[in-house]
Design a protein around this ligand. Structure first.
Ligand code: A2P
Length: 280
């Protein structure tokens, strides 16, 4: 049971580590999510784009754990942006997840496509998000893959500020400018791919620190985020690794080693930038 929490600007508390669900239901079943619940995860990050909301609902129902003890976060996709579309998107997501509220709802990407008038579309979409928050259908509203110039457009034109922004963050890819902007605006940053899709696990510094702290390389990556006050959303299909990642809260990286990790050479990234065509 995780006790430690991150607090959002509206006072809501999230567990320090959540479970990322992208591609965890490729077999079209609830098995991996069920294993994650058994491993102790309480927070599940999904998106309409992942196509797995119904499996998460199934896993929670099978677990017998009450909905109130679980945190559910989802995102509306590029094709669901705009005021009316967003309303339909939330209703569909709530139906898929078998719930009448979300703990967090986000806009998945700032630009529906590179040619669209994204500033206007983001503001319209955010108007719907604010209504969802005010109606109690979602306990927090946020963004995903938004950079400072995208967030600023929302902040300049909104009543309710975003509470969360989700970014790709791991050692060797820390998006300092975006993270600093979020912190200055009291926006909790969440990290997708906090272990760099396992690519970063053989880096010499990460291996050195894993040995020093009697931890696994993945634990160094997950705890690195937590020590940066960023909420990591690691993914795994393996129950031992799921637990290992949760237990990274027990690893205490010294300030000196944290600085070394925070300033290490770039280790690559997932290749998705909101203002560019996909690299891969
Ligand atoms: P697996 O599902 O076999 O555990 P990210 O969350 O950064 O996108 O990384 C997910 C990848 O990292 C998956 O390939 C996952 O593989 C692997 N992974 C997750 N946890 C660990 C761990 N503790 N040790 C090694 N690899 C891990």
């Amino acid at each position: 049971m995780q006790q430690e929490t991150f607090k959002l600007s509206n006072g809501l508390k999230f567990p320090k580590i959540g479970f990322g669900t992208y591609k965890t239901t490729l077999n079209n079943d609830a098995e991996i999510i069920e294993l994650a619940i058994k491993s102790g995860y309480k927070y599940f990050d999904t998106a309409s784009f992942y196509g797995n909301e119904q499996f998460i609902a199934q896993a929670i129902a099978n677990s017998g754990i009450s909905r109130k003890e679980i945190f559910l976060a989802s995102k509306l996709w590029k094709s669901e942006m705009g005021y009316e579309n967003a309303k339909h998107a939330l209703e569909q997501t709530l139906r898929n997840l078998g719930t009448d509220y979300l703990d967090l709802y986000m806009i998945h990407w700032p630009r529906p496509d590179l040619k669209a008038d994204w500033k206007r579309i983001d503001i319209e979409t955010w108007r719907a998000m604010q209504e969802f928050y005010e109606s109690g259908k979602v306990r927090a509203i946020g963004l995903s893959n938004f950079l400072p110039h995208h967030i600023e457009n929302i902040i300049q034109n909104c009543e309710i500020k975003p509470m969360v922004n989700q970014l790709e963050i791991h050692p060797g890819h820390t998006q300092e400018s975006a993270v600093n902007y979020c912190k200055a605006h009291d926006i909790l940053v969440q990290a997708w791919s906090p272990i760099g899709r396992a690519r970063v696990l053989n880096d010499e510094l990460i291996l050195e620190l894993a040995e020093k702290y009697q931890a696994s390389p993945a634990q160094i990556c997950v705890k690195f985020c937590v020590q940066k006050n960023i909420m990591p959303l690691p993914k795994s299909s393996n129950p031992e690794r799921m637990r290992e990642n949760l237990e990274s809260l027990n690893v205490n990286i010294s300030q000196e080693d944290f600085w070394r990790l925070d300033t290490m050479p770039p280790l690559g990234w997932g290749g998705e930038h909101p203002d560019r065509e996909r690299l891969s």
